[in-house]
Design a protein around this ligand. Structure first.
Ligand code: SF4
Length: 317
């Protein structure tokens, strides 16, 4: 395991900065619980705004995807406000269960980008193929922070229980949306795109304003979705994309249409979206790519036309 840059055993109460971007939307409960059980405070960056996007774009290379730029903006906004900024390094959860390479690289990118500051960064490495599952990674991170193996393990187990409970409740609430009246639109997007207050959330908010029911595809029974996605495409290897594809497969008969929402320029999504369009025929699909535009201004007409098509198909226009 690579050592955390600047991490050293500590006894005093520590503050962990967590960027409100990327995997925050997947691991929020696990991270907050883990650090709180260990007695640490968490400070979360503000929801994405224009300033965060601007500073992240200035810090990133031009070719980086919009989500990486946003992420670096969040990291920058936390500098000097905490003892450590948490940036996990997540490679895979096993064979054909890879994460996009950005999730392996973000810690090193951030350490390098902000190397002239005195900010300390904290990571944990999940690489099941190399025998480093999540539990082991959290124990190592806890030890690096000065806690015993037992303390770190207990904190992880408790935090995991909280995460499981939260996922269960979230899933139950999401599943109830499929039974609601109105046009149901499946939002096929990574959570850090769909939930981001500046890029994805305005899209779902606008769809709600149009009287439709947007439903997040990524809120799904993950194990079940992985099995389903393997039937749709045995070669698809990105974990988060597989969950989305499995979710479409499970819910296709309960929805009226889909919005595929990607951040520019996303390598995995450019291939997966194409595959989704070919494999799931019969339901209208709107494919949108988000850039650092101001909200949904340029998208509203496309969203309105898409909803009109769905209404026309459903005989309500
Ligand atoms: S999956 Fe796409 S949007 Fe997400 S980090 Fe990778 S390149 Fe960026």
């Amino acid at each position: 395991m690579q050592k955390n840059k600047g991490a050293e055993p500590v006894k005093k109460k520590i503050t962990i900065g967590i960027p409100r971007a990327m995997l925050y939307y997947r691991y929020e409960v696990l991270w907050k619980n883990f650090f709180s059980i260990l007695g640490a405070d968490c400070v979360i960056s503000e929801p994405t705004n224009k300033e965060i996007i601007k500073s992240g774009t200035a810090a990133a290379i031009d070719e980086a995807c919009l989500c990486t730029k946003i992420y670096l903006g969040h990291v920058k906004s936390l500098i000097g406000k905490c003892d450590y900024i948490l940036i996990p390094r997540i490679s895979n959860f096993g064979i054909k269960r890879n994460m996009c390479t950005k999730f392996e690289a973000l810690y090193d990118i951030a350490c390098n980008t902000f190397r002239k500051t005195s900010q300390k960064f904290l990571t944990y490495n999940v690489d099941v193929i190399e025998d480093c599952p999540e539990e082991k990674a959290f124990i190592e991170m806890g030890i690096e922070l000065g806690f015993s193996k037992k303390e770190a393990l207990n904190a992880y187990k408790e935090a995991k229980k909280g995460e499981t409970e939260s996922l269960k409740n979230h899933l139950k609430a999401n599943e109830s949306l499929y039974k609601k009246n109105g046009l149901k639109i499946l939002i096929v997007a990574h959570s850090y795109v769909a939930m981001d207050s500046y890029i994805g959330k305005p899209v779902t908010d606008f769809l709600k304003k149009l009287g439709t029911v947007p439903i997040m595809a990524d809120v799904v029974d993950r194990k079940d979705a992985l099995k389903r996605s393997a039937k749709v495409s045995p070669t698809l290897k990105w974990e988060l994309s597989r969950e989305l594809v499995g979710s479409i497969d499970e819910h296709i008969d309960k929805i009226d249409g889909m919005v595929l929402m990607s951040a520019f320029p996303c390598g995995p999504d450019s291939m997966v979206d194409e595959m989704i369009i070919r494999k799931f025929r019969g339901k209208p699909i709107l494919n949108i790519t988000l850039d650092d535009q101001d909200g949904t201004a340029g998208l509203e007409t496309r969203l309105e036309s898409f909803v009109d098509i769905l209404r026309f198909k459903g005989g309500t226009l």
